[in-house]
Ligand binder design. Structure first.
Ligand code: SAH
Ligand code: SF4
Length: 358
């Protein structure tokens, strides 16, 4: 693979200031990147041409372009990006809350959004229910490619730099398998003069690499974690997530207990519900037991079928019975509303569809 060109989004503000002289020019460029969402050097109007030409030799401004966009009736927008080496990844713009108006039509609360980003092209973990896994693993995303997903989505939705936004690392790939680039992206997002997205607004979802959960905890970035648990016994979990052999349920629970979390917050456990696999009350019972000592919150997800899978979507009544059991036994539990169900909702499904059409 030919060398990928770095992008200006790969650097922290401090690094840019070391790279670009004089430093006030670095500050201006930083503003163009994170406040104006510049796409090209041409956009940077007050920057001398010679400096832009010099930088352009080494660095791209935007390392990716939108090649497909699917809009859902609920406000969800799914994006497919093409990277400089032609590979593609997805990111999703999720509308979490509508704008609220008072009786006079004045805005009291602006709409709230979350961006779901990818961290790898493909994934090594190889979960049996996941479409991303089917294509195998291609490569890690660079920090700049992670950052660029957010910048591009904010630009495309005209979302001002200082408006609050949440980030979930729940797109394609296993974030903790790309820990150094992930950590760099988290750091860049947090920068006060940039997008200023605090750790509290960022949630890393992992299939459960317990040693890396510890590493992320040691970095003390202030982010939340979500654990893709999906099963309550190791046999089924290994069928669903093969690397459970190396990182079993007990090791994950122990790592979660060590993870530094804000005492007011809960660790999210994601539980993908698959018909006749893990949707029974016996499983719910075990789940309650497993999470007794943890300040946890469970998010139940309907398995979203795709052509070729043998797994099935659970019935609504089984899903509700499962949730009721957890709630009656003291666990906070929500059912993920299938945002964008009409637009190839689950991870990897837009990419798969598009490549099939090409
Ligand atoms: N690799 C990380 C990051 C997110 S994976 C992890 O596994 O936690 C993407 C998300 O899509 C996960 O929450 C996973 O449970 C969900 N997912 C994958 N395939 C799915 C499917 N067929 N139906 C519903 N959700 C799916
Ligand atoms: Fe990778 Fe997550 Fe898909 Fe599993 S569910 S294959 S960890 S992206």
């Amino acid at each position: 693979m030919s060398e990928l060109k770095q992008s200006l989004l790969d650097f922290t503000q401090k690094e840019l200031e070391a790279l670009i002289k004089p430093s006030f020019r670095a500050k201006q460029i930083y503003g163009w990147l994170y406040h104006q969402y510049a796409e090209t050097y041409d956009d940077m109007k007050n920057i001398p041409k010679a400096l832009k030409e010099e930088l352009a030799k080494k660095y791209l401004v935007n390392p990716m372009k939108i090649v497909k966009k699917e809009l859902s009736s609920d406000g969800t927008i799914k994006y497919l990006f093409e990277l400089q080496d032609g590979k593609t990844v997805e990111a999703v713009w999720l509308k979490m809350k509508d704008t609220q108006l008072d009786d006079n039509g004045e805005v009291i609360q602006e709409a709230k959004y979350t961006i779901c980003v990818s961290t790898q092209v493909g994934c090594k973990v190889g979960c049996s229910f996941c479409l991303t896994a089917k294509g195998g693993f291609t490569r890690d995303l660079t920090a700049g490619e992670i950052v660029a997903q957010v910048v591009n989505l904010k630009r495309d939705n005209d979302h001002k730099h200082n408006r609050k936004i949440n980030i979930v690392y729940m797109g394609m790939g296993e974030p903790l398998d790309n820990l150094s680039n992930l950590a760099k992206a988290i750091e860049i997002f947090k920068e006060e003069e940039g997008l200023c997205i605090s750790g509290k607004r960022q949630t890393v979802s992992t299939s459960g690499l317990s040693n890396k959960i510890d590493k992320l905890g040691e970095m003390d970035l202030g982010v939340h974690i979500a654990i893709s648990l999906h099963a309550v016994d190791d046999e089924l979990r290994t069928e669903l997530i093969p690397m459970n052999k190396a990182h079993n349920i007990a090791s994950i629970i122990e790592a979660v207990k060590r993870f530094p979390i804000d005492t007011r917050k809960r660790v999210m456990f994601e539980y993908l519900v698959i018909k006749n696999k893990n949707d029974d009350i016996g499983s719910a019972k075990k789940l309650v037991k497993l999470l007794t000592d943890i300040k946890a919150k469970v998010n139940l997800i309907y398995f979203n079928p795709y052509p070729g899978t043998s797994y099935e979507r659970p019935s609504k009544s089984d899903m509700i019975a499962f949730q009721d059991y957890l709630v009656h036994h003291g666990l906070l539990c929500t059912i993920r509303d299938s945002k964008g169900i009409d637009i190839s909702a689950a991870c990897g499904q837009l990419k798969e569809k598009t490549e099939g059409e090409r």
